[in-house]
Design a protein around this ligand. Structure first.
Ligand code: FAD
Ligand code: UDP
Length: 369
């Protein structure tokens, strides 16, 4: 008999399992995949840690969370500075003085601001109502056309005028020559990849892989006093209020017989015609010096039931459905819900760790963070 059955060996399940075990509880962690780590899992190919479910860069401004993850791995000095390739023209991201200079030849922040103001005024936008209007009012029409429109419409499979403004607000716009994609105080990649962290968290804890909670519900019933569920909340309730929708991705890996393909870990393809949104060259996350290189082309994809759910579609319809599931979840006495699938929310890794630690604090009446 276990104290906790933890469904999902991702970052949420693993953090909870680690802390509960430290507090003397017996945990069984299960996952339907054939590996632990959830979406942060890395596969070693040609000595390179390949981020199997998309590029993962750890970043946070929360010092406690930074210290917390650093107990499991040493982080390198990687700073994410993607570049954009628009039909062969190269621009720095996020939008900053390097981008503005390359595009318009402007040199000072004042000149750049003037240019954006002019374009915003010409577009006649006062109150941005959607992603297109929000983008133009932040960076002007030229950048919107070259670096945002195509990428966004590929990524989300719909027109930028039909998308909520908030999606673009998470990208910094800076009037300094600073190519750091994030504003956070701490950033890096764990040396040896994310598996190092997960393996340490789950060290000594019972783990069963290739085991789906729903397919084995009757056998798993009674195996533990409580369940921590990090899978899809609508699946838990047998879709009784309808299915929650997602956006999916397809990854195409290639091993190349060269040591350096694109000179950067992340290159975004921002034109509409290139079918993928970005190419990741994994070795650059860890300053690799291997003879070969592994690249991944990332294709956005429609999600249909059975596909990997990557990005929740937080529109009105889905938010309403999620609310109904959440109400049911709140009434459960012996099931705790957490993580990006159970909360139906886009979480970064630092958010997931934070929420997992908060769940531990609540469950065991302790203070950790
Ligand atoms: P998951 O990692 O999804 O783990 C859930 C686990 O539960 C999975 O392993 C799944 O197989 C298992 N499971 C589900 N249902 C069942 C079931 N019925 N039975 C058994 N097992 C089940 N964050 C950052 O901080 N920086 C980044 O750069 C970044 N990049 C990202 C890029 C992409 C493309 C994506 C999709 C996400 C990115 N993230 C990034 C977010 C990050 O991946 C998540 O915050 C984190 O991995 C979520 O952890 P989790 O435990 O909640 O979920
Ligand atoms: N975006 C864009 N061009 C880029 C990068 C991002 O238009 O080169 C937009 C796009 O709408 C994207 C959003 O900014 O969905 C957020 O970008 P981020 O890199 O945070 O997320 P992701 O690309 O993983 O969706």
């Amino acid at each position: 008999m276990y104290d906790y059955l933890i469904v999902g060996a991702g970052l949420f399940g693993s953090t909870f399992a680690y802390e509960a075990t430290r507090l003397g509880k017996r945990c069984l962690v299960i996952d339907r995949r054939n590996h632990v780590g959830g979406n942060v899992y890395c596969e070693n190919i040609e000595g390179i840690n390949v981020h199997k479910y998309g590029a993962h860069i750890f970043h946070t401004s929360n010092k406690r969370i930074w210290e917390y993850v650093n107990q499991f791995a040493e982080f390198n000095r990687y700073t994410n500075s993607p570049i954009a390739n628009y039909n062969g023209e190269i621009y720095n991201l996020p939008f900053n003085m390097n981008t503005f200079n390359r595009l318009w030849g402007v040199i000072t922040p004042k000149e750049a601001q003037k240019k954006i103001e002019e374009q915003k005024k010409a577009a006649g936008i006062t109150e941005p109502r959607n992603l297109e209007e929000q983008a133009i009012s932040l960076v002007g029409t030229d950048i919107y056309e070259k670096l945002i429109k195509g990428y966004t419409e590929k990524q989300w499979g719909r027109n930028a005028t039909e998308l909520p403004a908030f999606i673009i607000q998470r990208l910094p716009v800076r009037f300094t020559y600073d190519n750091n994609y994030f504003n956070d105080k701490f950033q890096g990649i764990p040396e040896g990849g994310y598996n190092v962290i997960i393996e340490k968290m789950l060290d000594g804890i019972d783990v069963k892989l290739n085991l789906d909670f729903f397919e084995n519900r009757s056998e798993l019933k009674g195996i533990a006093k409580k369940v921590l569920f990090t899978g899809m909340i609508d699946e838990f309730y047998n879709y009784k209020f309808g299915r929650l929708e997602y956006r999916s991705l397809k990854f195409e890996n290639e091993i190349l017989d060269m040591d350096n393909y694109q000179g950067n870990a992340v290159v975004n393809y921002t034109d509409r015609e290139t079918p993928f949104t970005r190419i990741i060259e994994h070795k650059h996350f860890e300053f690799g010096t291997q003879e070969k290189t592994v690249i991944t082309r990332e294709y956005p994809a429609e999600w249909t039931p059975g596909d990997e759910p990557y990005y929740p579609i937080n529109d009105d319809r889905n938010s309403e459905i999620y609310k109904l599931y959440k109400q049911l979840a709140a009434e459960e006495k012996n099931v705790i819900f957490g993580g990006r699938l159970a909360d139906y929310k886009y979480y970064d890794m630092h958010h997931v760790i934070y929420h997992a630690l908060k769940a531990v604090e609540k469950e065991f009446n302790v203070t950790i963070i």
